[in-house]
Design a protein around this ligand. Structure first.
Ligand SMILES: Nc1nc2c(ncn2[C@@H]2O[C@H](COP(=O)(O)OP(=O)(O)O)[C@@H](O)[C@H]2O)c(=O)[nH]1
Ligand SMILES: [Mg+2]
Length: 201
């Protein structure tokens, strides 16, 4: 009887919590992506003025609750001197969102190097990856060019992980819902290999 009641109580109050890392160079649009996510998932969230987001030094966090699934986002600073902190978070993360500025041809190579270093890290083996080609609202590189430059098909097929590519305008909110729907579906699917943290609220 106790276990039946306990099971019912857990069903009502227990939530599954996942940790999601948002990575990419500084100025790629990571903090704007996170703010836009919070705005679109929390009807009561007032949010920052998207035009006034300043450079992230250290860590910016965000939390959304979607039907009992809690996503905790860690938006890490992307400056080269802060990239060495990224791997401290790899072991805890259930998915990675890598954001690239599709309009910044000059820094594409720099972004590619940061991406390759990240994706080759053993602690991220099998971790789902959402690749966000951001700033689609301005003149930008073709999606095929970005996929080729980052060698996405080769890297992904070799690594056996869930992968999704999404074209986004974090500023306008385009592609945000598709991104978050994919993250929720994928972390749930992968929960057998990487279980969520169970919390009661
Ligand atoms: N046009 C355009 N600008 C964007 C977009 N996302 C971010 N930005 C701008 O890019 C700059 C850097 O954004 P931020 O979110 O701080 O980047 P972060 O350093 O990766 O966190 C800011 O001026 C943003 O307004 C987008 O989708 N389109
Ligand atoms: Mg930032």
């Amino acid at each position: 009887m106790f276990s039946l009641l306990y099971g019912f109580w857990r069903y009502l109050f227990q939530k599954d919590e996942y940790y999601i890392l948002i990575l990419g160079l500084d100025n790629a649009g990571k903090t704007t992506f996170l703010e836009q996510t919070k705005i679109s998932m929390n009807p009561n969230y007032r949010g920052l003025n998207l035009m006034k987001i300043s450079c992230t030094v250290g860590l910016n966090i965000g939390k959304i609750d979607n039907n009992g699934v809690i996503l905790n986002f860690w938006d890490l600073g992307g400056q080269s001197e802060l990239q060495c902190l990224w791997d401290k978070y790899y072991a805890e993360s259930h998915a990675i969102i890598y954001v690239v500025d599709s309009s910044d041809q000059q820094r594409l190579d720099e972004s590619k190097r940061a991406f390759e270093k990240m994706i080759e890290n053993e602690s991220l083996k099998g971790t789902p990856l959402l690749f966000v080609a951001n700033k689609q609202d301005v003149s930008c590189m073709p999606i095929t060019r970005i996929m080729d430059e980052f060698r996405l098909e080769t890297i992904i097929s070799a690594a056996q992980r869930d992968f999704h590519f999404v074209a986004v305008s974090a500023l306008k909110g385009d592609g945000i819902k598709e991104s978050i729907d994919w993250i929720i579906e994928t972390v749930k699917k992968n929960s057998v290999f990487k279980p969520p943290i169970n919390v009661t609220e």
